[in-house]
Design a protein around this ligand. Sequence first.
Ligand code: AMP
Ligand code: ZN
Length: 114
Amino acid sequence: MSDCLFCKIAAKTIPAKLVHEDDQVVAFDDINPQAPVHTLVIPRRHVASMAELNEADAGLLGHLLLVGNQVAKQKGIAEGGYRLVVNTGRNGGQTVFHLHLHLLGGRPMHWPPG
Ligand code: AMP
Ligand code: ZN
């Protein structure tokens, strides 16, 4: 989608600190990190939010999660633990309407989140 920030990051027309890319997903560090490690994993395909997905997207979703896991290992936080979050819609706290998985770690996470 031409008017989407994360589509532009995936297409490299807006710069970001990319930490992983493959044919389906791109991962880059969050511009406003909430933890020592804060990386976003996004599908290359424009999907506005988790709420748009269905059974046909199970493979993409699985891959998104596994890349989160892989980046956690790459960044050295897999052993200590980390959090994967998908904010969805207004009440979910979503602000960028291109699906993204937050990988947060490098410090203890609190529960419940705000
Ligand atoms: P959410 O609130 O779940 O929609 O998360 C959107 C995330 O995108 C926030 O954590 C922002 O800090 C992050 N973000 C916004 N613009 C950029 C950007 N240009 N590069 C990297 N991360 C960004
Ligand atoms: Zn997009």
